[in-house]
Write a protein that binds this ligand. Structure first.
Ligand code: C2E
Ligand code: CA
Ligand code: CA
Length: 590
């Protein structure tokens, strides 16, 4: 009995403990329910049983407005039926669903939420309740949109940026490849934008860019894209022009011309009107297996051509031009390797002077050639300009000087060659490179050549910039005995006063005057007086005067008549390879 009593009391205690624990758990659950994100509980029949304060705040509905209703009242129409079917299927099979949902606020506003639905089952496995938790993701969406905006749009003009343009171009190209159509990429660069920026300030420049962007955006519709690639460069993708290439080209051109026209009227900027134009390059795509980079490069090439041909104009990409550019790139690489591999050679063209009633070889001009592995012997006209533009001229020029110095040293030991002066052509970038004078002197010393035997040929054009620098370099070298000749004289713009300041040894009458010299027309008369004036000028400055390009006895005689008795030209000898040059000299001496 007592035992029984005890156990009953114990049981009573136990039940009370459990009750207390259950109550506590409920209180905690309730606290959670009221303080977490928005929560909605529905019963087995899909009726709303309970919502919390956060739910009311998020949806605008008070609890008594929704309890007993179905969640349908939140539907926005944003999602199709399939969306809800998939949601129910997921809950039925896994007991939960999670995803982004666009619901309607009581006010009518529709915005995105992150929704988690969990099914609650009883001991028998039947679903008794659904608990839906909502998280407001407007902030996150805004941040995402902002990141998207920054990643794909230009801040100043709000146009798509280069990244998005590439994407759009890519998909337009894919569509054309699939559907057999054509599209076009139009690249625009504002003319003289830099000047506006520099003279009227960046804020005016920005204002112009924004107005240009607006005008461009007004030109396109539908599938077409206007983008700002950076700086004053814009692009338009015409996604779908026509399946026939010629017709597509004609449409792209008509469109491009319209755009140029739209850009022409004055822009109203803060401090007054501005007249601006643009240059446009157009590349068609479609059909072939091009990639985005190729099309961009093609449009760019065309755009540079438009710039070069006077601006405010449109150019189509042209395959011949591309080939020329590709060849140039290949040539540059081949030349770089060729210099390293020793493919350059010097040819020597004799320079002769009438002295004491006889004709004497006084020197030679070293002229570089390139023994190209595939194309044979190339003249300098084919690679010197390229070398000058690409900076290869420095390595090339160094090789020429080193070889010339070594040659002078070798000749110094042979009596019939010891007195030959070697003239070497030096390009402006090479001459103006820091340390040029020291390098020449070092090369002479290293080779063991006499500086007096080296003559550097400069051209007038390179003397134009930085007179004092040029003179200083010349002085340093001349003090050591190196001579200077002014090449192609008469074709540049040297002023007399400037010429007098230059430490020169020789003027070289340009071959264009020599060519015209021996005729009997007015050209001949002009050439005659110019050559005569140069000779007189040279002599009055105490310089020797040489004429190049002498091809006939008549030219030689005409030159002699005006006092020029040092000559170089095919009449005497073409530029010769080393051995032929040495042999030529020996047969003359014999
Ligand atoms: P340049 O210094 O005016 O060289 C004279 C050019 O006239 C040479 O052409 C020569 O072969 C050519 N010539 C010589 N005699 C006659 C003639 O009687 N008639 C005609 N029609 N032409 C004649 P080349 O060798 O093709 O050189 C062309 C240019 O390349 C040179 O003009 C020079 O500016 C440049 N060059 C040549 N070698 C070098 C070099 O080592 N370094 C640099 N920087 N430039 C070089
Ligand atoms: Ca020369
Ligand atoms: Ca010349």
């Amino acid at each position: 009995m007592l035992r029984h009593f005890t156990t009953t009391r114990q049981r009573l205690h136990a039940t009370q403990d459990q009750l207390r624990a259950a109550e506590e758990a409920l209180r905690v659950a309730d606290a959670i329910f009221q303080n977490v994100e928005a929560v909605m509980v529905t019963n087995a029949r899909g009726r709303i049983q309970r919502v919390n304060a956060a739910f009311s705040a998020l949806t605008g509905y008070a609890a008594d407005e929704v309890v007993g209703k179905t969640p349908w009242l939140l539907r926005s129409g944003h999602h199709d039926e399939a969306f809800y079917v998939a949601m129910r299927a997921a809950i039925a099979s896994t007991g939960r669903w999670q995803g982004e949902i666009w619901d309607r606020h009581k006010s009518g506003a529709v915005f995105p939420k992150w929704l988690t639905i969990v099914a609650v089952s009883n001991g028998a496995g039947e679903i008794t309740h659904m608990v839906a938790t909502y998280v407001d993701i407007r902030e996150r969406k805004r941040a995402e949109a902002q990141i998207h905006q920054l990643a794909f749009y230009d801040v100043l003009t709000e146009l798509p940026n280069r990244v998005l343009l590439r994407e759009r171009l890519q998909s337009a190209m894919r569509a054309c490849a699939d559907g057999g159509g054509h599209g076009a990429l139009l690249l625009l660069d504002l003319d003289d934008f830099r000047t506006l920026n520099d003279t009227r300030g960046h804020s005016q420049g920005d204002a112009l860019l924004q107005q240009v962007a607006q005008r461009l955006a007004g030109c396109v519709a539908g599938n077409d894209t206007v983008a700002r690639l950076g700086g004053d460069e814009f692009a338009i993708v015409l996604a779908d022009l026509c399946s026939a290439r010629e017709q597509a080209a004609a449409r792209a051109e008509a469109f491009g011309r319209k755009v140029l026209q739209v850009l022409r009227p004055a822009y109203v900027l803060g401090d007054g009107d501005h007249h601006g134009t643009a240059s446009m390059g157009v590349a068609l795509f479609g059909g072939t297996e091009q990639d985005v980079d190729t099309v961009l490069k093609q449009a760019e090439m065309a755009m540079y051509q438009a710039k070069a041909s006077g601006r405010d104009t449109l150019h189509f990409f042209d395959a011949a031009l591309e080939r020329a550019i590709t060849e140039r790139v290949q040539l540059e690489r081949a030349l770089r390797e060729g210099i390293e591999r020793g493919e350059l050679v010097l040819h020597y063209q004799p320079q002769l002077a009438a002295l004491d009633g006889g004709l004497h070889v006084v020197g030679a001009e070293a002229l570089v050639r390139w023994q190209h592995p595939g194309r044979g012997l190339l003249g300098p006209g084919l690679f010197i300009p390229l070398a000058e533009e690409t900076g290869l001229i420095l390595a090339l020029g160094r090789w020429v000087l080193r070889t010339a110095c070594a040659q002078l040293a070798a000749w110094a030991t042979q009596p019939d060659l010891a007195s030959v002066t070697l003239a070497v052509n030096v390009s402006a970038p090479q001459f103006l490179e820091d340390g040029f004078a020291d390098e020449v002197l070092a090369l002479l010393r290293h080779a063991g050549a006499r500086p007096e035997r080296l003559k550097i040929e400069l051209t007038e054009s390179m003397l134009m910039n930085g007179a004092d620098t040029v003179i200083a370099i010349m002085r340093t070298l001349q003090e050591q005995g190196v001579q200077f000749s002014l090449d192609d004289f008469g074709t540049g713009y040297s002023s007399l006063s400037y010429l007098r300041r230059l430490p020169l040894d020789q003027l070289k009458i340009d071959q264009s005057f020599v060519r015209d010299l021996a005729g009997d027309d007015s050209d001949a008369a002009t050439a005659h007086s110019i050559a005569g004036a140069i000779a007189a000028l040279g002599h009055s400055l105490g310089l020797t005067v040489i004429a190049e390009g002498v091809e006939t006895a008549a030219q030689r005689d005409a030159l002699a008549a005006i006092g020029c008795t040092t000559w170089q030209g095919y009449f005497f000898s073409r530029p010769l390879p080393l051995e032929a040059f040495e042999a030529w000299l020996r047969t003359r001496a014999a």
